[in-house]
Design a protein around this ligand. Structure first.
Ligand code: FAD
Ligand code: PYC
Length: 417
């Protein structure tokens, strides 16, 4: 027979949740919501906003274990683009890009979306073939993208070194003029303020530690560091930690988590007018409106949840940046950091229903989910409200890994991983 300690019996009597001591003091019933979103990043906050604004589901709680926007939303390098290869991805990322156009007006919050152009460099024959394939596939799908000669690339970005004898010669570039940047934390704050105004509760310092299911197997409540909260509709948008959170309901995801690093220089006057990326040399650069050069690397080579990365990754990236932009060689680094990204086998996200009734997931955006923030939130909200996948996200289901219907976007991810 199983033995219980007095503490375990007391905890059981108060519902088994970790915050049971405070429940003892308060002895109030657990609050109940029409929807819960786990994760207060841009995606989760956007989902809560669209649930309220477009589906009338205003009794929604966003539960965030630390502070809103403190995850990858506030750590990313803000690149927005939609030049992915496959038809399914073209629909998904262009849907997000469409929402970026008037997001500041919709939220009445300046998200500083700046379509200054995203240029992807080719350094070898294989790069040229891959990027030209993307240009042609994008144009067939109505997604803007064009091929530039090295001279045209330099005209678009004057500090770029196109000398033929350098270690990474520029043989051409794919340019998406509609791509660009936005201010990452303003996106989280804008969605949070707009959702809050519609009645959504945003609860910070509230870590979800358990997901409870009823006798039929459907979700019924979450256990949190602040007590039990009930809901029959739960969306998980906890990038980097999604397999841990979804695992609380007994579902396994084909996801691995890696650190992804970036850094900024001291601020200087405008010098880099667009975004320049190079997937094959693990480096990319843009300049923020504050003047800092924003530089990023590929993912670290090992799995980790640490949100800090290995030094050699940055030094490799900076060597490549200095070769491509010799005028920047004497710049100083101001700060560096990392975030945790959750990566699927095919480098495409998972959005939709899970095998557990009432439990929905939005994850696996890897190195590229910032650009998707409005679209991911919009489509997750639709899916939760209708209890069926929105047609745009239907191909991005969990079952594709079982059925072999992968959407392999590793080359379009542009950031090596
Ligand atoms: P997050 O902002 O990470 O939000 C998830 C939230 O869930 C976090 O706040 C976390 O605290 C919370 N959470 C986790 N577990 C729990 C729990 N148990 N209970 C409650 N809350 C929990 N993408 C691009 O498109 N362009 C880029 O230029 C780009 N650059 C990047 C550069 C770096 C260095 C990094 C790290 C990422 C980059 N990305 C980029 C990827 C992008 O940042 C992410 O895909 C995107 O921000 C994910 O948004 P999110 O809202 O889903 O996640
Ligand atoms: O997806 O465009 C992207 C990106 C750039 C840097 C990290 N991710």
């Amino acid at each position: 027979m199983q033995k219980y300690s007095a503490w375990a019996l007391l905890r059981e009597a108060f519902g088994g949740q970790r915050g049971w001591q405070s429940q003892w003091r308060r002895a109030s019933p657990a609050p109940e919501y029409d929807a819960i979103i786990i994760g207060g990043g841009g995606h989760g906050l956007a989902a809560a906003y669209y649930l309220a604004a477009e589906h009338g589901i205003t009794r929604t709680a966003v539960l965030e274990k630390s502070w809103i926007g403190g995850g990858s939303t506030g750590r990313n390098t803000t690149i927005v683009r939609s030049n992915y290869l496959f038809d399914e991805s073209a629909r998904l990322y262009d849907h997000a890009l469409d929402l970026w156009q008037d997001l500041a007006q919709v939220l009445n919050y300046n998200v500083m979306y700046s379509p200054r152009g995203v240029m992807m460099l080719a350094h070898g024959v294989h790069d040229v073939q891959v990027l030209k394939r993307h240009v042609h596939a994008n144009r067939c799908n109505g997604v803007t993208n064009e091929w530039l000669s090295p001279e045209e690339a330099k005209a678009f970005c004057p500090p770029l070194n196109i000398e033929p004898n350098i270690r990474y010669p520029v043989l051409g570039a794919a340019l998406q003029r509609r791509g660009g940047t936005a201010r990452h934390d303003a996106v989280a704050w804008g969605y949070a303020r707009a959702a809050d105004a519609l009645g959504v509760d945003i609860v910070e310092n509230c870590e979800v530690t358990g997901i409870r299911r009823d006798a039929s197997g459907a979700v019924a409540a979450v256990e949190t560091s602040r007590g039990l909260i009930k809901s029959r509709r739960i969306g998980v948008s906890a990038a980097g930690f999604s397999s841990v959170v979804i695992g609380l309901a007994g579902v396994r995801l084909p996801i691995e988590s890696f650190p992804l690093q970036a850094l900024v220089s001291e601020p200087v006057k405008p010098v880099v007018p667009c975004v320049v990326m190079s997937g094959s040399i693990h480096a990319y650069i843009s300049q923020s409106d504050k003047g800092e050069l924003v530089i990023g690397a590929g993912t670290d080579a090992y799995t980790s949840y640490t949100q800090r990365g290995a030094l050699h990754v940055n030094s490799h990236t900076l060597a490549a940046i200095c070769e491509l932009f010799p005028t920047l060689r004497r710049m100083r680094m101001l700060r560096n950091w990392a975030g945790t990204v959750d990566v699927t086998t095919d480098r495409s996200p998972i959005i939709g229903k899970t095998p557990v009734p009432g439990l929905y997931v939005n994850c696996g955006w890897g190195t590229g989910g910032f650009k998707a923030t409005p679209g991911a939130g919009h489509l997750l909200a639709w899916t939760m409200a209708h209890d069926e996948p929105h047609p745009i996200v239907a191909p991005f289901n969990i079952e594709r890994f079982r059925d072999g219907r992968l959407i392999d976007e590793a080359a379009a991810a542009a950031v090596a991983h």
